[in-house]
Design a binder for this molecule. Structure first.
Ligand code: 5GP
Length: 177
């Protein structure tokens, strides 16, 4: 664990706690069902598990749901945005095939972490290009000492974080109740 990277590989990234992912998906579904999302959008690879369980959780609500994730190898006609990766320190291109992000769709964004908000902003940009609407942003772990949440909230997005890390001190996470 560094000073600003939260390493939770044992249950959230390298190894997945399946019960936890099912519960997180149910929590996002409950939180956003009234927004009637048509699809869940995430960034590969670490957002996929939570996006999948969210989409599954939303199935018990009246409207159907699909999950898409932008893929760097997609061919053809794509929406594309640039995202600076907090963990890798490089700029990545995220892309989604235009066929999978239809105009007018109500899109729920889900990701594992929120730090500076680059990934979420990039996803919002893809949705904007498509003429679709972001109905909410669900985050498994937010690092509140970084500006992502505040930035997204100021832009009018409804952000729900299931856990908030307020600081990392001497290698220990300070988590908000
Ligand atoms: P942001 O784009 O908000 O700066 O960073 C969010 C993205 O970077 C997420 O998609 C996540 O994969 C990765 N990320 C940012 N901070 C952390 C962290 O502390 N731990 C882990 N495991 N991933 C992070």
């Amino acid at each position: 664990m560094g000073t600003d990277i939260v390493k939770v590989d044992m249950f959230l990234n390298h190894r997945l706690d399946t019960d936890l992912f099912v519960k997180m998906g149910q929590a996002f579904a409950q939180e956003f069902a009234q927004e009637k999302p048509d699809l869940v959008l995430t960034v590969e690879a670490s957002g996929i598990a939570a996006a999948l369980t969210t989409a599954m959780g939303l199935r018990k609500y009246p409207r159907g749901i699909r999950q898409e994730e932008p893929h760097p190898e997609c061919d053809g006609d794509v929406y594309e945005s640039r995202v600076f990766s907090f963990t890798h320190g490089v700029e990545n291109h995220i892309r989604v095939d235009k066929d999978y992000l239809p105009k007018g769709a109500r899109v729920l964004i889900v990701d594992d972490f929120l730090a500076n908000g680059e990934a979420a902003e990039g996803l919002c940009d893809l949705v904007r290009q498509a003429g679709a609407t972001v109905v909410g942003i669900g985050i498994c772990v937010e690092k509140s000492f970084q500006p992502g949440h505040q930035k997204l909230a100021q832009e009018g997005y409804h952000v729900v974080s299931l856990a908030r890390v307020t600081a990392i001190r001497d290698g220990k996470l300070i988590v908000e109740d």
